[in-house]
Design a protein around this ligand. Structure first.
Ligand code: SF4
Ligand code: SF4
Length: 291
């Protein structure tokens, strides 16, 4: 089983459009399991019409809670809290929005009045789609640990892929270069970086190529909307050449992307130049992955 992770240095490059199209194309010849690792803004399901089969809670970090019946108001917890999260009073209390979960107060309380309580931070889902099972998640607003949730989604999807002897685990990763992205590219056989011919596209491509190189993960590049700016398209190609990253395709701008989104289907189910270009890209990826 091979693992292909789709990433982009920035949002809005067409990463999820490409992932949905590859899910469609891959499922025509291979057994595929899908994972949407963009847990802050999962949207692969918008194009794949998933049917949810199971929902589970995700417990994130812990916050301190004070038992008012046990607190003797000694004030030690407020003294050691570096985040100003403890509210003094006849009995003390913790403001959960300010608590960073460091547990300093927990260890300092002389009467064990403080408990570290896990927070319900999100949910993760198993769904079926016409192209294979989809694992995805939803992190609640303001919650941390998105890297942990990405790892959970990928682990569960990988186990399913192994159980079903799937050929490919296809992962739609989050944008950027932060902790969730590192969690997403972990274990990848190949990373496909989708970029666009803009100043920020080039800038963020260089950053994510550097990240992949740092973690010794093989990365190839797909230039989306390549015809919108020949100057910046050349800059993308030059940046890839300087880092020995293969450019697996130049996709044209195609209004069919919008039309397919309105239909709620991958762009490769319709007509247009992008369909043919993506089929060529998929053929290159099959070679690169040795599928
Ligand atoms: S766990 Fe840390 S941040 Fe939270 S109230 Fe205790 S000392 Fe403050
Ligand atoms: S350290 Fe414990 S007993 Fe003292 S104020 Fe805080 S919760 Fe109450």
């Amino acid at each position: 089983m091979k693992q292909l992770v789709i990433l982009s240095g920035k949002g809005g490059t067409g990463k999820t459009t490409v992932t949905a199209a590859l899910a469609h194309l891959a499922s025509q010849s291979h057994r595929v399991v899908l994972a949407d690792a963009d847990v802050d803004a999962a949207n692969l399901g918008l194009v794949l019409s998933p049917v949810t089969e199971a929902t589970s809670d995700f417990m994130g970090g812990k916050v301190a809670e004070i038992d008012p019946t046990a607190c003797i108001a000694c004030g030690r917890c407020a003294e050691v809290c570096r985040f100003g999260a403890v509210r003094p009073g006849e009995v003390y209390a913790v403001d959960s929005l300010d608590c960073e979960g460091c547990a300093a107060c927990f260890y300092e309380c002389p009467v064990q009045a403080i408990t570290m309580v896990p927070q319900h931070a999100g949910q993760w889902f198993i769904a079926s789609t016409r192209y294979g099972p989809l694992y995805h998640a939803h992190l609640f607003a303001g919650q941390e640990n998105s890297g942990k949730l990405v790892t959970l989604v990928k682990q569960m999807a990988r186990l399913r892929a192994l159980e079903e002897s799937a050929d490919l685990l296809l992962v739609d990763g989050p944008p950027g270069i932060g902790c969730p992205v590192i969690a997403a590219l972990s274990g990848a056989d190949l990373v496909l970086i989708v970029t666009e011919p803009t100043v920020s596209g080039v800038h963020d491509l260089v950053r994510i190529l550097g990240l992949a190189a740092h973690f010794k993960t093989r990365a190839v590049v797909l230039l989306n909307k390549a015809d919108l700016s020949p100057v910046h398209a050349e800059a993308v190609v030059a940046a890839c050449a300087a880092r020995e990253a293969l450019v697996v395709g130049h996709l044209p701008y195609d209004p069919e992307v919008t039309a397919s989104m309105v239909r709620g289907e991958p762009v490769t189910t319709g007509d247009g130049p992008l369909n043919a270009a993506l089929r060529q890209v998929w053929a290159v990826l099959v070679e690169q992955l040795a599928l």
